[in-house]
Design a protein around this ligand. Structure first.
Ligand code: GLN
Length: 308
């Protein structure tokens, strides 16, 4: 770590600056249950490679991690299945919205990457085929990554998303029509909506992502979860595809691998240096946290700690 930097002071200073500015954007009101979140929540949790840790603002409040969960399902599937997953999902940025259907017809049901909804749904299908109790085993996997026991699905958010899930239902059925979904679409979607509904706070999330920050990481049972090469690849996909059609912008402004979710969370990683989670529920028009992007841009600019 760059020892000249006082992380606590820098994080607090940026936090207060961003908080004093207008909180623009909209909460993800397309999922009725998410629309109930207080838009002024703003939390940060930082952890260095030396486990120097700081929490600021609402870092202890749990929120819906939504698409951030797609990194975790991909990691689990990559560990269990290996490179065979790339036969059914690509690794190219889509340049399209997270819930877009447009490329799938031309691409014959092979989603461009695992972080758009179509790709994440295919990864859920892999997990359902491989696991006896997918929901229980996935939650257990996350608990072992984070070392936190108090992590759960939100039944009300999963139900709420089911009730308006027309696009995801269409995506899953469309992909199945090309033969790229093995299981019953209802079962796949139920797993997908539950995975997105997982609730964690900024600290839980930062701890969960230690496996991408620290190459010596072992989970709470003492196991390595991914090889060095697999960690490299997942960070690379976060870098190129973690923010849907704003991935280039995030790379340009922040310069870190990261992943966002429509609950307003963003996790960003500097491999072998630090991991940081920012949560603020108002989203820009691409579905990424407005304040989260601002905060991280200021942080890597001020500290000069981006990977570029
Ligand atoms: N559950 C959300 C959806 O499918 C996830 C989207 C996101 O976080 N970008 O619409």
């Amino acid at each position: 770590m760059n020892t000249d930097i006082n992380y606590k002071e820098t994080l607090e200073e940026i936090y207060h600056t961003v908080k004093s500015e207008k909180n623009l954007g909209e909460i993800a009101n397309y999922i009725p249950e998410l629309a109930k979140t207080d838009p002024d929540n703003f939390g940060i949790y930082f952890s260095s490679i030396a486990n120097e840790e700081y929490g600021i603002g609402d870092w202890e409040t749990k929120f819906s991690i939504q698409s951030i969960s797609k990194v975790l399902s991909l990691s689990m599937a990559y560990h269990l299945i290996g490179d065979k997953i790339w036969e059914r999902v690509g690794v190219e940025p889509s340049g399209n919205a997270f819930n877009s259907l447009v490329q799938l017809e031309a691409d014959k049901g092979i989603p461009r990457n695992p972080f758009i909804n179509g790709g994440a749904i295919v990864i859920c299908d892999f997990l359902i085929s491989h696991l006896k109790k997918p929901k229980e085993e996935f939650l257990h996997y996350i608990k072992e990554l984070s070392g936190c026991e108090d992590i759960s699905y939100s039944e009300s958010i999963a139900k709420s998303e089911w009730s308006v899930g027309y696009r995801n239902i269409a995506l899953c059925n469309f992909i199945k029509s090309f033969g790229n979904i093995e299981n019953d679409p209802d079962e796949v979607l139920d797993f997908y909506f539950n995975m997105c509904s997982i609730q964690m706070n900024c600290s839980d999330l930062t701890k969960t992502f230690t496996f991408l920050k620290d190459s010596t990481f072992t989970n709470s049972s003492g196991h390595r979860v991914l090889t060095t090469s697999q960690v490299k690849r997942i960070n690379a996909i976060m870098q190129t595809c973690g923010f849907y059609d704003e991935s280039g912008e995030f790379s340009f402004k922040v310069g870190l691998p990261g992943k966002s979710g429509v609950g307003g969370g963003i996790v960003a990683i500097f491999p072998e240096k630090y991991c940081i989670t920012v949560w603020s529920p108002k989203l820009n028009e691409k579905g990424n946290s407005y304040r989260g992007m601002k905060f991280l841009e200021a942080f890597t600019t001020k500290t000069k700690l981006s990977i570029f």
